[in-house]
Design a protein around this ligand. Structure first.
Ligand code: ATP
Ligand code: MG
Length: 335
């Protein structure tokens, strides 16, 4: 039977949050037993909108890796690698850029939303690098011949764009690339503390997996609740309350009770928030304990990334050989 090839990744733009956890990390932990899994730390992609802040990107590489190890991804099963160390990805990006029009990139809904969020950085005209990041993401995926991509919902238009590039490449040069499929979990998109449709590291609305109890308390206590509920015994509306929303993730067994009591004005917001903080901490404690283990062993963390990157290089080289052959770029092969 064919071994499944799975690839996913994160931008080292900040520590990982509960949006990542429910949206993608939980799936990764399950899938690591189902095939060959690659996890990219996308430092080159992170630079597309942090080119003026390389320290931030560098500093977050180890943070993102430690978060992954903390949730239970096993470095003996998963190949963790650094995008900037794989020149084949940059080469493929150049080749693929001939197969995508600017109009198509501008129409990509994810890119569109992100450009709107980054007006301050880009002003009136977005950079060539940022507009083209879906092309480099197609290179990330295909360099490793990956077909299963566990991601959150925001990534769907990017996977679709990758599939189009693969089809175009194969139809022109020959069938060497495979079309990937997005693998969505039960929680496709986790909302931010501010009620924004997406919790994001670059949006300042996240509960991080490594947040202390104090930080989580502050965030939950300030979370948006039903504004019409003023007194403790006013009936509340959990549908417009972020605390209820997170109870759905962390308090699965008794969420119905919690929301029923809120609707009847029997449970005040403070008690409800305290319960949520307790449940979040119970959930995150084992993750934070494992993170602590790695925080104390920076050499081990570096080694995991170094070894994974070396292995990834070999895999990308195999793809590159096939690609260059069909693109007639193998001039000195028989020399
Ligand atoms: P940035 O704001 O810098 O883009 P991010 O929080 O969006 O950071 P990424 O590194 O871009 O994180 O995304 C890594 C993975 O996590 C992707 O598969 C993405 O779909 C998923 N993901 C990110 N945020 C969420 C969320 N709020 N809900 C579900 N999945 C998410
Ligand atoms: Mg993102």
């Amino acid at each position: 039977m064919e071994i499944k090839r799975i690839l996913t990744g994160d931008r080292p733009t900040g520590k990982l949050h509960i949006g990542h956890y429910f949206g993608s990390l939980q799936n990764r932990v399950k899938l690591q037993n189902d095939g060959k899994m690659f996890i990219e730390i996308a430092d080159v992609q992170a630079l597309t909108d942090n080119f003026n802040n390389p320290e931030k990107v560098k500093g977050n590489v180890k943070e993102v890796l430690m978060d992954q190890l903390a949730v239970g991804l096993d470095p003996n099963k998963v190949t963790f690698f650094l995008q900037s160390m794989i020149p084949e990805i940059a080469e493929l990006t150049v080749f693929y850029s001939n197969l995508v029009t600017i109009a198509r990139l501008e129409r990509n809904p994810t890119v569109k939303t992100e450009i709107a969020q980054k007006r301050e950085l880009f002003g009136e005209s977005v950079t060539y690098g940022f507009l083209g990041y879906p092309v480099s993401q197609a290179a990330d995926i295909t360099a490793f011949d990956a077909t299963i991509i566990p991601v959150g919902e925001d990534q769907l238009p990017l996977i679709e764009q990758c599939r189009e590039i693969v089809r175009k490449f194969n139809s022109i040069y020959g069938e060497v690339l495979r079309e990937p499929t997005a693998f969505l979990g039960e929680n496709k998109r986790i909302k931010g503390l501010d009620g924004n449709e997406k919790m994001g590291k670059s949006l300042g609305n996240a509960i991080y997996l490594s947040d202390s109890e104090e930080e989580i308390t502050k965030k939950v206590m300030n979370a948006v609740t039903d504004p019409a509920r003023i007194k403790k015994d006013d009936p509340g509306n959990p549908n417009i309350c972020m605390v209820a929303y997170y109870h759905n993730l962390f308090s699965k067994d008794n969420v119905k009770n919690i929301c029923e009591e809120c609707k009847q004005g029997k449970r005040g917001c403070v008690a409800c928030k305290k319960q949520l903080i307790k449940n979040i901490m119970e959930h995150l404690s084992p993750i934070q304990e494992r993170r602590h283990y790695y925080e104390e062993r920076p050499k081990e963390v570096r080694e995991i990334l170094f070894e994974g990157t070396n292995e990834a290089k070999k895999e990308a080289a195999k793809t590159m050989e096939k690609v260059k052959e069909v693109m007639k770029l193998d001039y000195f092969k028989d020399k």
